[in-house]
Design a binder for this molecule. Structure first.
Ligand SMILES: Nc1ncnc2c1ncn2[C@@H]1O[C@H](COP(=O)(O)OP(=O)(O)OP(=O)(O)O)[C@@H](O)[C@H]1O
Ligand SMILES: [Mg+2]
Length: 424
């Protein structure tokens, strides 16, 4: 039902009520019948909210809303349900000619119904009577609530998933560092083992030297069988000390490489760094993994310092070097090449291993994609590397020929697009 509008507001596009002028009463009768049997509940209200007319659907709805009243006459719409017409709805209707909204009605036994209420002012200048049409939208409302609930559950699940993904990425980084730690421990163990055996030998030599010296001071030189060749022992001591110093230097170097490699003292520690130093320390870290598998050929060009997160780039180099080693079935060659290319630097790491099949190539940067057996790879190495290079506004590309080898090419800008605060 449309609210009656002043004649001036009518436009030629509005189609008004069509009735034959000679049969107004017959038309009115049929319109009344039509309204009476409409599925929507329809009411006519006076300004004081007393009911002028209600159709069948409305009367049925009244029974549902206030069954206790039985057949008692309902004079006011408030008798149907006090929340049916919101307090300011008629006032707004008087101003605007119409009002609509959803109202939630509390019913006995903690149940409720949601009705879509539309009110039109049918009298002069927004006045009475008011036509109400009511539609029960409880089901739609419940579905909407359910949908909202599911949406917020999905949002929570998504947030949790991103947290888990972040945690998995961290775990993967820790796992690969853990795997390397075993190798590094072995690297440290070797020199320490011979430093220890040298110290034992030194103790013996020094003890002999002291005994000989004491005997000579006492005027009782040891017999030829017991005596020692002092020159020979002194030279052995010199060798033992030199060898031990070399061992200790190796340990110091490994520890320094480890520190350079991890460099995790600050989050997002953008620095001006020497990529060659990063490559060298990473190569030292993975040496134990690669030494029986590959000959490493380094061809380093002239590189400027570049603005980067050096420990994260080391992680990229490590992932690609480890993959290269794992791609070699027999002893092979791994090449590491660097060059400057305009305002960028290029690092390429190649291997002459088994290569990557054409159908695998588009997927290698996908998180969790791996062709390795369970326990050998999680499929995160390249996904992490891709993310790190992207964070540096760089690119990472791969070319591979199955059976011949693979080459990863990383391009990094020397300066980051937006200037960042440099670390000292
Ligand atoms: N140099 C390479 N030669 C051959 N295949 C490679 C090479 N580098 C990567 N791949 C392929 O790409 C896949 C994904 O590599 P990625 O480093 O992301 O995971 P992964 O090595 O399988 O496991 P993770 O690095 O997590 O231990 C590998 O499983 C392998 O099939
Ligand atoms: Mg890998």
């Amino acid at each position: 039902m449309d609210a009656e509008r002043p004649a001036s507001s009518a436009s030629s596009t509005v189609v008004g009520p069509v009735s034959r002028p000679d049969e107004p009463e017959r038309v009115n009768l049929h319109v009344l019948k039509l309204v009476e049997y409409m599925p929507a509940a329809v009411l006519l209200l006076e300004a004081d909210q007393s009911i002028l007319y209600s159709n069948r659907a409305a009367k049925l709805l009244a029974q549902v809303l206030s069954p206790v009243q039985g057949g008692a006459p309902r004079i006011h719409v408030q008798d149907w349900h006090p929340q049916l017409v919101p307090p300011d709805a008629l006032e707004l209707c008087r101003l605007r000619g119409t009002w609509s909204g959803n109202v939630t009605l509390d019913l006995p036994h903690r149940s409720s119904r949601v009705l879509q209420v539309k009110i039109n002012a049918l009298g002069e200048r927004g006045g009475a009577p008011y036509g109400l049409s009511l539609r029960d939208v409880t089901l739609e409302h419940c579905r909407q609530l359910e949908l909202n609930l599911r949406n917020s559950e999905l949002e929570v699940a998504l947030a949790r998933l991103s947290n888990v993904q972040e945690a998995v990425l961290k775990t993967e980084k820790l796992a690969s560092i853990g795997q390397l730690a075993a190798g590094v421990a072995h690297e440290i163990n070797n020199p320490m083992a011979y430093v220890k055996s040298n110290l034992n030998a030194l103790r013996h030599d020094i003890f002999q030297l002291l005994s000989e010296t004491r005997a000579r001071l006492d005027g009782q030189p040891l017999s030829e069988d017991e005596g020692i060749d002092i020159e020979e022992v002194a030279s052995e001591i010199r060798d033992l000390i030199a060898e031990s110093c070399e061992g200790v230097d190796r340990v110091v170097k490994i520890v320094r490489d480890l520190k350079d490699f991890s460099h995790v003292d600050r989050i997002d520690n953008w620095v001006l760094a020497d990529l060659h130093a990063g490559l060298e320390s990473t190569l030292n870290i993975v040496r134990n993994e690669l030494k029986y598998k590959a000959h490493i050929v380094k061809t380093f060009g002239e590189l400027p310092l570049i603005e980067c997160l050096s420990s994260e780039l080391n992680q990229v180099f490590m992932n690609i070097l480890m993959n290269a080693g794992q791609a070699l079935d027999n002893y092979g060659v791994i090449t590491v090449t660097t060059e400057r290319y305009g305002d960028k630097v290029r690092v390429s790491i190649g291997d002459d291993g088994k290569g990557i099949p054409e159908d695998v190539l588009p997927r290698i940067f996908d998180p969790f994609y791996t062709t390795k057996i369970v326990g050998e790879g999680t499929g995160l190495g390249l996904a992490i590397s891709y993310g790190i290079v992207a964070k540096h506004h760089g690119t990472i590309e791969v070319t591979s020929v199955p059976g011949q080898g693979t080459l990863f090419l990383i391009e990094l800008p020397i300066e980051q697009p937006r200037s960042r605060g440099m670390e000292s």
